[in-house]
Design a binder for this molecule. Structure first.
Ligand SMILES: Cc1cc2nc3c(=O)[nH]c(=O)nc-3n(C[C@H](O)[C@H](O)[C@H](O)COP(=O)(O)OP(=O)(O)OC[C@H]3O[C@@H](n4cnc5c(N)ncnc54)[C@H](O)[C@@H]3O)c2cc1C
Length: 396
């Protein structure tokens, strides 16, 4: 069956990789083998990966950063399935993809879709070169799941806008160059989804902008609070239309939800533990069973996620399917930590003698965030149930 016939417009359809896609996967695997030899580096946990500008630049040289950017803006114009392949291999290896992660996944497609020609030319080639990194400026202390409740304001001034407010949980704001801020640009008068806008704001050397670290349970620093006091944003850094921020941010969120990042956070730990168990001799029957169960779940989730990428390449907008995969994927990631913990028998510790046990401890400490970031499972179930009700004409 031709690939084009394999994916359906709605729901999930089994799809396989073409010869060209398999060749790309081989190329990525060879790159990883050379750059990140097993035993020669410490694997990261999925998308909470280390910031490694050099690694990002090497990936960019292969055309694996800003993958969706068209060639006229200096990008490699890859498909969503190509991006799936690269991301899957990188996350399985625990590669240090932290610097370009957000720019590649969502900022570049958002700027491409809503940005002016000048913004596309200014930002996209630098993203594709792996030199320009982005953060996400959505959440606020009282606006996470209820994103329309943002209280950061943009007030009109000569030649631009003055931003005032506080963003929270801003991953890697202390290391990245820019973030896209969701803010209220006109007062809330009735429909809360009206009057929101998105502004492009530099994170380094900006007058009135302060970045304060928030440490994770395991002591690592990814998160920040970003406080903005009369930050001036010129008109040329308004992204899209003033007042259309809600529609734009929802489209940005759709890029976040269904990729392999939503089920591979524990994979490098799983593989390391398996490697260590095998090195110690025969696997126990209990380990065989657990690893078999985990592998079967991975395969199912991977095929669901791949089918979403194929649908996107065929012009579909699988928002409902993406919400379902994120819910299933992140729930599985958390269950897996428990399964590995039971199997291991030792108390995981960041100071343990083995790398597998250290990684498992990091999973235990950071695992609760898996079902929160990018939208909590309760919110995703609401998205999925509303979407499914609409598909089947059910009035609730
Ligand atoms: C690792 C990580 C990285 C993140 N990085 C970023 C980032 O870079 N930029 C950024 O802007 N944000 C980021 N976030 C924030 C993230 O998007 C929010 O944490 C998330 O949207 C949830 O919002 P909240 O934390 O305010 O929880 P709340 O919205 O306060 O939710 C608390 C609980 O109530 C439940 N709940 C809320 N509303 C409903 C409802 N209507 N129905 C049923 N249950 C409900 C939720 O499911 C949750 O269990 C990150 C979060 C994490 C964990």
């Amino acid at each position: 069956m031709a690939v084009a016939e394999q994916a359906s417009a709605r729901g999930f359809a089994y799809t396989t990789l073409t010869a060209e896609e398999l060749a790309l996967r081989e190329e990525v695997r060879a790159f990883i083998k050379a750059e990140l030899p097993v035993g020669g580096y410490r694997p990261c946990l999925g998308m909470s990966a280390d910031h490694d500008p050099e690694f990002t630049r090497k990936m960019a040289a292969r055309g694996w950063v800003g993958m969706s950017i068209p060639t006229r803006y200096g990008g490699p114009a890859h498909t969503a399935v190509d991006r799936f392949i690269v991301v899957e291999e990188m996350l399985k290896a625990g590669a240090p993809v932290g610097a370009h992660w957000v720019a590649d996944r969502q900022s570049a497609p958002t700027i491409l879709r809503f940005g002016t020609e000048e913004q596309r030319e200014r930002f996209l080639p630098a993203i594709a070169r792996g030199e320009l990194w982005f953060s996400i400026g959505m959440s606020e202390p009282d606006a996470g799941s209820d994103l329309a409740a943002v209280r950061t304001t943009a007030t009109r001034t000569d030649g631009g806008w003055l931003l005032n407010g506080t963003k929270i949980w801003t991953s890697n704001a202390h290391q990245n160059h820019w973030f896209i801020v969701l803010c209220r640009s006109s007062p809330n008068e009735g429909d809360r989804h009206e009057g929101l806008s998105q502004l492009l704001v530099p994170l380094r050397g900006t007058e009135g902008l302060e970045i304060n670290p928030i440490k994770f349970l395991d002591g690592s620093h990814h998160f920040n609070e970003v406080v903005m006091t009369d930050v001036f944003v010129p008109d040329e850094d308004v992204l899209g239309e003033i007042g259309r921020g809600w529609q734009q941010v929802n489209s940005e969120l759709a890029y976040e939800r269904a990729g392999p990042d939503r089920f591979l956070s524990v994979y490098s730990t799983f593989e390391q533990l398996l490697r260590e168990q095998v090195a110690q001799g025969e696997l126990s029957a209990k380990a065989f069973e657990a690893f078999g169960r985990i592998t079967a779940r991975y395969w199912a989730l991977r095929n669901l996620s791949l089918s979403i990428s194929r649908t996107i390449d065929q012009g579909g907008a699988p928002a409902v399917e993406a919400a379902i995969v994120k819910d299933l994927g992140t729930t599985f990631e958390q269950e897996m930590i428990g399964l590995l913990h039971d199997l291991w028998g030792e108390e995981p510790s960041l100071d343990a003698a083995t790398l597998g046990n250290q990684l498992l401890a990091a999973c235990v400490l950071t695992g609760p965030s898996f079902t929160l970031r990018g939208g909590t499972n309760e919110i995703l179930r609401t998205v999925a149930s509303k979407g499914l009700a609409a598909w089947y004409g059910v009035n609730r």
